[in-house]
Design a protein around this ligand. Structure first.
Ligand code: CA
Length: 221
């Protein structure tokens, strides 16, 4: 799950980033001003956005208005120290999906991110079920009939992404970006290695290779 974090406060940004890293299954790209955030959001794919309001170069409300008017539908949560009801209403009416006033507890932010993710994938239930596989985003665990599967955070993220997109082919680039973001020090066949491991753990038929395009998990019949 690739998240764009837009926050100019160093301490808070670091806290959120390392917290999400500990949660596992998230890739966080972090920007500190509104202008570069807007550019990234209209040119690249993110699964979720955490957006501060008071930002250098362009404030969060303006970024939000601009990306929504350009058709960017990425689920977005605003973080803001402004506590007035009017600001929250403005944020939501400008196109935010949620609003969390500062200061907040990281566990609440993470629960809200999971909720946004569920809703954007059209789910209300917290567990993702597919055949005999159950994936639990809150505890980052995967179960199959026989019990809990031993799975790495990257494998979890990859499986989660494919299960949220059943019936759609995802290219290697899409999957790699979703797993690694702007982290450049990645092995070019990292995605293949994770897919290979997932097949070993969950059976070879689950993830299909679409030659020349990418990978997919079929819609459940
Ligand atoms: Ca700020």
């Amino acid at each position: 799950m690739r998240i764009l974090l837009v926050e100019d406060d160093e301490l808070l940004g670091k806290g959120i980033r390392s917290g999400l890293a500990q949660e596992g299954g998230y890739t966080v790209d972090w920007l500190k001003d509104g202008q570069s955030a807007e550019h990234a959001l209209v040119t690249e794919h993110f699964d979720l956005v955490i957006l501060d309001i008071g930002l250098p170069k362009r404030d969060g409300f303006e970024v939000l208005r601009n990306i929504r008017s350009q058709g960017v539908q990425t689920p977005l949560i605003i973080l803001s120290a402004r506590e007035s009801v009017l600001d929250r209403v403005k944020g939501l009416d400008t196109g935010a999906d949620d609003y969390l006033p500062k200061p907040f507890d990281l566990s609440e932010l993470f629960a809200r991110l999971r909720a946004l993710q569920r809703r954007s994938a059209g789910r209300a239930e917290t567990l993702i079920q597919y055949g005999d596989i159950k994936l639990d985003p809150a505890s980052q665990s995967v179960y199959q009939e026989e019990g809990r599967i031993n799975i790495s955070p990257r494998e979890f993220a990859l499986l989660h992404k494919l299960l949220e997109s059943t019936g759609r082919v995802l290219s290697r680039e899409q999957l790699s970006q979703s797993l690694y973001g702007w982290d450049t020090e990645i092995d070019s066949n990292a995605v293949e290695v994770h897919i290979h491991n997932l097949r070993k753990k969950l059976g070879s038929k689950l993830i299909q290779t679409v030659r020349g395009i990418g990978y997919m998990i079929d819609r459940e019949i």
